[in-house]
Design a protein around this ligand. Structure first.
Ligand code: KIV
Length: 259
């Protein structure tokens, strides 16, 4: 039976935009949960938290431990967890690892990168009642060299559209479109019934996702699609400086804060 939250997300297509944000820990998740439809534990945590130059270094254990923390912060949004690199090389490996993620983290869906190439793998998950979010366009787990936009050429556009239709057909409940050229993102969004969630893929998508650390200014990045909506680094610095100054002056801890 399709999860109620997933049904609600699908029903937003052509009505209201879908909000998706990444979380890697409880404290972020509990704030995101108040406003997002989907909280995604993305393997972007590899670069954001561990300074890896590729998401390929992220392990299943990394994803499970961060997801356990995120779970504690979520009350209402749909929790989706990325399957890390080389944890879904074939359908049996994928099902085993997806079940492990779900059992240990209580997440409600899994995200995998790719289209036709992983059709049988996604099919197998869905047949085993595991909800799947697709991911097309720029695929960080298989990208080589500099990240480039996708769907500019006719060939890429056709392939992306084909992949999106395929994912819809086999039962994915939504698709992340990463760095997909505007016209292609619009075409895909208008050609399928499941929602597209864009990241660097124009406002034509049914929803948007960003890495939360980027949008709040905690993670320094020069990626074109990242807009800094807040600067919490400043606030953190202010607090730390104040703490230091009060400790040095002997002002903290005062009687109020001492036993
Ligand atoms: O890993 C991630 O955070 C993602 C999103 C940015 C879509 O896949």
């Amino acid at each position: 039976m399709i999860n109620k939250k997933i049904k609600k997300i699908i029903s937003k297509k052509n009505k209201t935009k879908i909000i998706c944000l990444t979380a890697y820990s409880k404290n972020f998740a509990s704030e995101i949960d108040k406003y997002a439809d989907i909280t995604l534990v993305g393997d972007s945590l590899g670069s954001v938290l561990y300074n890896y130059n590729t998401t390929r270094k992220v392990t299943l254990n990394n994803m499970i431990e961060h997801s356990k923390s995120v779970r504690m912060g979520i009350k209402k949004s749909l929790m989706v967890v990325d399957m890390p690199y080389q944890t879904y090389r074939n359908k049996n490996e994928c099902l085993k690892n997806a079940k492990k993620i779900i059992q240990q983290t209580k997440c409600e869906a899994i995200k995998l990168e790719g289209g036709k190439k992983i059709k049988n793998i996604i099919n197998h998950l869905i047949k085993n009642r595991i909800p799947v979010m697709g991911h097309l366009g720029l695929l960080p787990q298989s990208a080589k060299g500099k990240f480039k936009s996708k769907g500019k050429s006719e060939k890429e556009k056709k392939q992306l559209l084909k992949d999106a239709k395929l994912l819809e057909k086999i039962g994915a409940f939504s698709i992340v479109l990463e760095c997909v050229e505007t016209k292609t993102a619009k075409l895909i969004t208008n050609s399928i019934k499941i929602p597209t969630i864009g990241i660097g893929s124009s406002s034509y998508c049914d929803g948007q996702v960003l890495v939360t650390d980027d949008l709040v200014g905690l993670n320094e990045t020069k990626i074109k699609f990242v807009k800094k909506f807040a600067n919490i680094k400043k606030e953190i610095t202010r607090g730390i400086k104040k703490f230091k100054s009060e400790v040095i002056k002997g002002k903290y801890p005062s009687k109020k804060y001492s036993y």
